[in-house]
Design a protein around this ligand. Structure first.
Ligand SMILES: Cc1cc2nc3c(=O)[nH]c(=O)nc-3n(C[C@H](O)[C@H](O)[C@H](O)COP(=O)(O)O)c2cc1C
Length: 384
């Protein structure tokens, strides 16, 4: 019998069943939706950002981009704080207690908003607060974080946005006032045009919206790495998580938990449990007993970077047994190093190979790798 790897972890004095939790959005936009997240197997719970007043949200405010990303202009909750305090938090808290999951409440944005909302949420029984810097300018950061720190005694997470500047630097500035970080919020603003009608997809002033989903995952992983490099406080990695492998990637970059928004919107609340099951499968297949073993694997190795190689000391090499003769490698090679007739194993002309690595990355069968060669430097390649 295979031993199930351990996914649970203790953070901020609470037990998270798995490292996969909701990130703020309509997927946790009401008490009922938070309950759905618990039923769908989330490892901890979180509620949509509220502020001192209900958001006046443009309509329409969400559109799918490509297969699995989104742009949105949803701002924060359209429900008033009073509605949250008299109804939605009670439903969310009941679900959290029933499923024995910690409940994080997301709030924004000014110091005054946080000074009022923070203590009310602590009194209400919320376990952890997350505050968003999405609409703050950098000069307001310290005052805002310090105000919330002085107002509550429960743990505080700062949720960072990629457009606000150097996230490593911002994390260092905020570190004395917070217990952890979440990054990233959606990226933007961005613009997409419906070319059939020459119209915007969203109802914001210029049709601008914030990008989320797999389109922003590399930015999110880089941001988590940058923040984890400068702080020992836990980081929630958010941005484009749709499957177990994404969780592993964020954990390796230094995250302790991951947040999921877009995938939960497009695929339903079951996605939290599904991603957790895939994470467990990946760990088992790779011989890991628990998530701690993969945490920071990349961070520890590359915290200070790697030597940059500019000489060409490797060349593409093909494993003929694995090659399915799809010829994709030959099609993408920009240097004429790989050539193939239909249904034939490509031949490699090492003199033309610049070891750019693209062929290795497009091969779905693991048939290509870069192998050592006699080093050459540009312009010694036989560029045609
Ligand atoms: C429709 C929508 C609404 C969102 N609303 C909020 C919000 O109220 N507060 C917040 O901090 N982030 C909000 N986000 C950002 C997400 O929490 C998350 O940081 C971002 O979308 C990246 O994760 P993802 O790729 O899993 O969606 C929203 C995202 C979407 C798509």
């Amino acid at each position: 019998m295979t031993h199930q790897p351990q996914l649970s972890l203790h953070l901020w004095g609470h037990l998270f069943r798995t490292p996969i939790i909701p990130a703020a959005g309509p997927n946790v936009g009401s008490g009922r939706m938070v309950r759905r997240a618990a039923e769908g197997g989330a490892g901890g719970l979180l509620t949509k950002t509220i502020s001192s007043t209900a958001a006046k949200v443009p309509h329409p405010n969400m559109a799918r981009i490509g297969k699995d990303s989104l742009i949105n202009t949803e701002l924060w909750s359209e429900l008033s704080p009073e509605q949250w305090f008299t109804r939605e938090y009670d439903i969310a808290l009941a679900a959290a207690r029933e499923y024995q999951l910690p409940l994080i409440a997301s709030i924004g944005y000014t110091a005054e908003d946080l000074a009022t909302l923070g203590p009310r949420l602590e009194q209400k029984g919320i376990d952890i607060l997350e505050f968003s810097v999405h609409y703050l300018d950098p000069q307001q950061l310290i005052h805002t974080a310090r105000t919330l720190r002085n107002a509550v005694s429960i743990p505080i997470i700062a949720k960072l946005s990629p457009h606000t500047g150097d996230l490593g630097q911002i994390a260092q500035i905020l570190e004395p006032y917070v217990d952890g970080f979440a990054c990233i919020n959606s990226f933007g603003p961005t613009l997409t045009i419906d070319i059939e009608r020459g119209e915007p997809l969203l109802g914001s002033q210029y049709g601008y919206g914030w990008l989320s989903g797999p389109a922003i995952k590399p930015l999110a992983v880089r941001s988590v790495f940058e923040v984890a490099r400068v702080t020992t406080k836990p980081v929630i990695g958010i941005g484009g998580v749709t499957r177990g492998e994404d969780v592993i990637e964020f954990l390796m970059a230094g995250a302790s938990l991951v947040g999921v928004c877009t995938a939960a919107i497009l695929k339903g609340a079951e996605v939290y449990g599904k991603i957790a099951a895939e994470t467990a499968q990946w760990l088992t297949a790779h011989g890991y007993q628990n998530i701690e073993e993969v945490k920071g694997v990349y961070l520890k190795k590359y915290r200070d970077g790697q030597p940059v190689v500019t000489i060409v000391d490797r060349t593409a090499w093909i494993d003929e047994k694995r090659c399915k003769t799809c010829n994709l490698c030959a099609r993408v090679c920009q240097f004429g190093a790989l050539s193939a007739a239909p249904k034939q194993i490509p031949s490699i002309e090492s003199a033309y190979c610049t070891a750019c690595g693209l062929c290795v990355s497009v091969c779905s069968f693991g048939a290509l790798e870069l192998r050592p060669r006699q080093p050459v430097t540009y312009p010694e390649y036989a560029h045609s």
